[in-house]
Design a protein around this ligand. Structure first.
Ligand code: G3I
Length: 355
C-alpha cells in the first residue's frame, strides 16, 4: 500500500497538491497491497525450483542501501543476474583489455548472501564496443576475437556461475537469424563456436541461448527449437533455453507452458530469465490486479514444467526498471513498487509457486 506522509504543519493546499499529483485517478489511496508473508525464493524452492532471482546493476547497489538490503535477502532472491556488468562493452571495452570490477562486485555480493549466479551475456549484437561492431574484421579474425572474449570472461568466472547466457537474442521475430556482426561475418556457426569456447572455459556451467518472443508457439520459438535440436544432434554443448519474458499486461502467451514443454522435450532445461510485465501508466487497481494474475500465470507455468529451473525478474523494483526508458508511457512492470512496497504481483508469484 502506498503511504503518503502529510505533515499537518504544512498548509492544506500543499498537502492537496501533493496527493493529487501522486495519486493516479483510478488507483485508490488504499490500493491493495500484497498479503503473502512467505519469501519468493523460499516459495520457489518449496515448489522444487532452484531459485527465484533478480537482475541487478552496480549503480543501484552502490547508491541505494535499501535496494541492496532487499536484494540480499535470500528468502526473497536465491539468484542474481548482472543487468549490464558482464556484457561485452563492460568487460572488454578495448581489444584485449578486460575489466571485471563491476561483475566481480555482483558475484561477491551473491556469494556473501549465499545466492547463485546466472552470467549474462557473452555474444550479442547489442552493447558491443565499436572496435567489435565496426571493425571490419574478416571471418577468421572475428572468430578469434569472439572465442577470446568468451574464454576470458567465462574463464574469469569459472566455478562461480550456475549458468551463462552464452548467446543472446540470435533470432528475428520471423525466425530468421538476427543480423549482427557475428552472424553477418561468421554465419550461424558463430553460435556453435561460442558454445564450444564457453564449455572449455567452464565445463560445469549450464550453457544457455537466451531470447525474447519465444515464450509462446510461433516462428521464433520454432527456430529456437530447431537450432537447439541441431546443436544437440551434433554434440555441441547446450544445456538451456532462456525465455526472457518481457511481457505486456494481459498478453502472457496462452501457450507458455506448452512451449516450455516443447523446449524441455529437446533435452535441455528452461528458465524464465528476464521477467517483467509492463502496463500503460498510470497504474490503477484494475491494472495491478491483472498484473497479479499475469505473474501467477507465468510462475504456474514454470512450476508445472519439471525442467523449468527458476525465474528471474529483470529488476525487482519499479524504481530501477529499464521499461520506462525504452517504452514511453509504460512501466510499473515489477513486483515491488518504486518505494519498495510489495505490489499485488507479489501475491501472484507466491500463488503461482503454490498452485
Ligand atoms: O554505461 C553507460 C554510461 O556510461 C552512460 O553514462 C549512461 C548514460 O545513459 O548510459 C550507460 O549505458 C546504459 C546501460 O544500460 C548501462 O546502464 C545504456 O544507455 C542503456 O541503454 C543500457 O540499457 C540496458 C539495455 O539492456 C541495453 O540493451 C538496460 O539497463 C538493460 O536492462 C537491458 O537488458 C536487456 C538484456 O540485456 C537482454 N534482453 C533485453 C533486456 C531489456 O532491454
Amino acid at each position: 500500500m502506498r503511504s503518503f506522509i502529510v505533515h499537518t504543519t504544512f498548509v492544506s493546499l500543499l498537502a492537496w497538491v501533493t496527493l493529487t499529483l501522486a495519486l493516479p485517478s483510478s488507483k485508490t489511496a488504499n490500493a491493495p497491497a500484497a498479503t503473502s508473508t512467505i519469501g519468493t525464493n523460499d516459495a520457489a524452492q518449496a515448489a522444487g525450483k532452484l531459485y527465484f532471482g533478480s537482475a541487478t546493476d552496480n549503480p543501484f547497489l552502490n547508491e541505494d542501501p535499501t535496494y541492496k538490503s532487499i536484494l540480499s535477502n535470500k528468502s526473497l532472491f536465491g539468484q542474481l543476474s548482472p543487468e549490464n556488468a558482464m556484457k561485452w562493452d563492460a568487460t572488454e571495452p578495448e581489444q584485449g583489455v578486460f575489466t571485471f570490477t563491476n561483475g566481480d562486485a555482483i558475484v561477491a555480493l551473491a556469494q556473501a548472501n549465499g545466492q547463485i549466479m546466472r552470467g549474462h551475456n557473452t555474444v550479442w549484437g547489442s552493447q558491443l564496443p565499436a572496435w567489435v561492431s565496426d571493425s571490419g574484421f574478416d571471418n577468421a579474425t572475428l572468430i578469434s576475437v569472439m572465442q577470446n572474449h568468451v574464454s576470458t570472461v567465462i574463464g574469469h568466472y569459472r566455478g562461480d556461475m550456475y549458468s551463462w547466457d552464452v548467446v543472446n537474442e540470435p533470432f528475428n521475430d520471423d525466425g530468421t537469424f538476427a543480423s549482427n556482426v557475428f552472424f553477418d561475418t561468421i554465419g550461424e556457426g558463430y553460435i556453435e563456436l561460442a558454445l564450444q569456447a564457453a564449455s572449455t572455459a567452464d565445463p560445469n556451467a549450464k550453457l544457455y541461448i537466451n531470447d525474447f518472443n519465444i515464450e509462446g508457439e510461433g516462428a521464433k520459438a520454432t527456430a529456437m527449437a530447431n537450432l537447439v535440436s541441431g546443436l544437440k544432434e551434433r554434440g555441441v554443448p547446450i544445456h538451456g533455453i532462456g525465455l526472457e519474458s518481457h511481457f505486456i499486461l494481459g498478453e502472457v502467451p496462452t501457450t507458455l507452458q506448452a512451449q516450455m514443454e516443447a523446449f524441455t522435450a529437446l533435452g535441455v532445461e528452461v528458465a524464465v530469465t528476464e521477467l517483467d510485465i509492463r502496463m500503460t501508466l498510470p497504474e490503477t487497481d484494475a491494472l495491478l490486479a491483472q498484473q497479479q494474475t499475469d505473474y501467477q500465470t507465468v510462475i504456474s507455468a514454470c512450476r508445472a514444467v519439471a525442467d523449468c529451473v527458476g525465474v528471474t525478474v529483470w529488476e525487482y523494483t519499479d524504481k530501477y526498471s529499464w521499461v520506462p526508458g525504452t517504452f514511453a508511457g509504460q512501466g510499473a512492470a515489477d513486483p515491488w513498487d518504486e518505494n519498495f512496497e510489495l505490489k499485488p504481483a507479489y501475491d501472484g508469484i507466491i500463488a503461482g509457486f503454490s498452485s
